[in-house]
Design a protein around this ligand. Structure first.
Ligand SMILES: [Zn+2]
Ligand SMILES: [Zn+2]
Length: 282
């Protein structure tokens, strides 16, 4: 087992998404929906070295997932992976400097110490996908922008030790809020976003046995609040370590290893086996 895995949500929400996973000297990003400048600043604030990023995986063409790709790719020699449908539907000025590599749903890509599983998800774009990453004996899921629970989500969530799971909106806040009707319908549809209640049901139904840390992600600024999302999950808090990803700053770094580290990082210590994890917040 490699002891140097670091996980961080650099941005999460409708104004930008970027999820960072590092193993030793290499790292990957899932989505890059904030500007290159923001990415640099947020990463620096958490001591993340973005020069380690070797590849970026794009879930779909919405700008909150791809906005920073072009400029980032002009500054660093990275590989980009996206489905054919995403590549065709993505605005040309977001596309990377170096031709993006195609990835198919159902496929697994290996980049350095990372094994990246790609699977289809229901969302109102051309060919959306979610990713689950295996590295250092650890399985990490990034599951946002999903209209409804699907088999792929259940199967992959069941494998995760750490999962970013969308908890986009509170159903009453969306219903009673200021959004126009067409937008409310779009968000709540089976190709929109997951509500807090839907996300709770998914965790209850899948009952992921290996899951240790659950980070509620892509929270709406208008139709949700971190404390409301956390309240919906309160009955699961004894079983999993649950937090929310911020839209405004990079989150705490989740460090996975056998050695404790100092500072403000959250450390998951794996004494011998992955299913016997113990969390230490230093
Ligand atoms: Zn999004
Ligand atoms: Zn989207």
């Amino acid at each position: 087992m490699n002891n140097n895995v670091k996980i961080c949500s650099i941005a999460s929400g409708s104004n930008g998404n970027a999820y960072y996973i590092e193993n030793g000297e290499e790292a990957i990003l899932i989505d890059i929906g904030i500007s290159y400048k923001q990415l640099k600043n947020r990463a620096k604030a958490r001591g993340i070295d973005i020069r380690k990023i070797k590849a970026v995986f794009i879930t779909h063409e919405h700008s909150d997932h791809v906005r920073g790709l072009r400029v980032f790719s002009q500054n660093y020699d990275i590989d980009t992976y996206m489905t054919q449908g995403t590549a065709h539907s993505c605005r040309p000025y977001y596309m990377p400097a170096k031709a993006a590599k195609r990835i198919r749903c159902g496929e697994t890509i290996e980049v350095g110490p990372f094994k990246v599983f790609c699977f289809a998800k229901p969302h109102d774009v051309a060919e959306p996908c979610s990713f689950r990453i295996e590295t250092g004996g650890l399985s990490i899921g990034v599951f946002t922008d999903i209209g409804c629970a699907c088999d792929g989500l259940a199967e992959n969530l069941a494998e995760c030790h750490v999962a970013f799971l969308e908890s986009n909106y509170d159903e009453a806040m969306l219903r009673d809020g200021k959004y126009p009707e067409y937008l409310k319908r779009r968000i709540a549809s089976d190709e929109g976003h997951l509500s807090n209640a839907q996300a709770v049901r998914i965790i209850e139904q899948v009952n992921p046995a290996k899951l240790h840390t659950l980070i509620l992600s892509h929270l709406s600024a208008d139709n949700n609040r971190p404390q409301i999302a956390l309240k919906a999950f309160a009955h699961l808090a004894g079983r999993y370590k649950i937090s929310t990803a911020s839209r405004y700053e990079a989150g705490e770094i989740l460090y996975v290893g056998e050695k404790e580290c100092t500072g403000q990082q959250q450390t998951i210590v794996f004494p011998e086996r992955l299913d016997r994890v113990e969390l230490k917040v230093l």
